[in-house]
Design a protein around this ligand. Sequence first.
Ligand code: MN
Ligand code: MN
Length: 474
Amino acid sequence: MAKDKKSDLEKLGKKLLFKKKNGWDGLKKKDFDTVMALSEDYKKFLNSSKTERESIDTIAKLAKKFGFVDIKKAKKSDKKLFINYDGVAGSLVYVKDPKKFHEGFLMNGAHIDVPRIDLKQYPLYEDEDMAYMKTHYYGGIKKYQWVTRPLALHGVIILENGKTVKVNIGEKDTDPVFTINDLLPHLAQDQYKKTPGKVIEGEQLNILVGSIPYKFKHEKNAMKLAILDFLNKEYGIVEEDFVSAELQLVPAGNARDIGFDRSFVGSHGQDDRVCSFLGMKALFDIKEKDIKKNLMMIFFDKEEIGSAGNAGADSNIVERMVNDVLQLNGNKDYNVLIKALENSKLLSSDVNAGIDPAWKSVNEPMNAAKIGYGVCLTKFTGSGGKGGSNEAHAEFVAEIRKAFNKDGVLWQTTELGKVDQGGGGTIAKYLAAYGMDVVDCGTALLSMHAPFEVASKIDIYHTYKAYLAFFKYL
Ligand code: MN
Ligand code: MN
């Protein structure tokens, strides 16, 4: 047999084997430019959307630009709708055919809350002649990652009269920032003996906010009062107003490119604003002729603390959103609402863990996400024997991969960690409770939940393509 001829085994392999592929391999210059341009837009979204409220504000602005009408002001004839749920959650809806609501929506659901550090409701105190604020972290963070770095303060204070005061300090170069201090290594002998979860304890996550006494007179409470005096002049608030505030500390500064070749995006909060942004963009970009069904992009709050509360997926928020759309179109039949939910198909769009060469042992490499190998399709999540998972039906996974393959989406099947290593959950199971088909699908990250998470630009691109293919072909 000639050397250049393929052997029978090679031929058989080509026919039968499932092959994962590196997304940069064979990429055309034109597509490379598209990949890079997409991440430029994505970074802008990250920079303007550091909290769930800011995310909804950004989405509302963009939605308006793309012709979506706030459902509160919408007419029956409006096809493109934006639903703002208390400024912390929401959805974008494309009504293709109101007569087919009972057939369900193609839904893409992501979350816009991110792991971070929240101020307590009674935060301000002074100690050792310095002013501090107490915090309570939100979501699954490694506390030791959050010390000795510049933090920005974002959020709202709602006054007793209902007026909203917006806060955003630490993002401009001229702004001050805040920080949580750590112990110097010279004196850390006892600290080193602690387990990682206790190296920095929850009640040590206090931010430094000042040290100049009121009118330069050193007295008890003079630093605390000087800070309150500043806040009163700047924002018109008194100490009691913190009680009705949502103030969040996030890493200060913008999203950045990583690497000599700029192939990664680095930023806080890519879980899950990467999927939120890409799902939104897919709905904005889809061509009219490609829309065959009623479409919906949903942005949830509170995923990082178990999808709780009235804006989290473990509530009837999606039912209320779908109902709002049905009501606008004059459909008051409860049976249609139930059928609409049951017959919907949902991509539970959330991030996955890419294999980190420094921590390979936590993964089973055949079924773990490889960075640069495309969007992750995750049939089940959970932990300890798939516990707590929505497992997508095989029929639905078949439909999904067919759609992805049709549009040349680079995808990989993924599992969060090897069996019994740990695990995690998403919004999937809460939506599956309505009877709809649900599968997890999103971008692989490195350093998930850290103050600086890493995503590959080629994976971001294929996640976008996947969301577009879902809306086009399901
Ligand atoms: Mn997530
Ligand atoms: Mn998360």
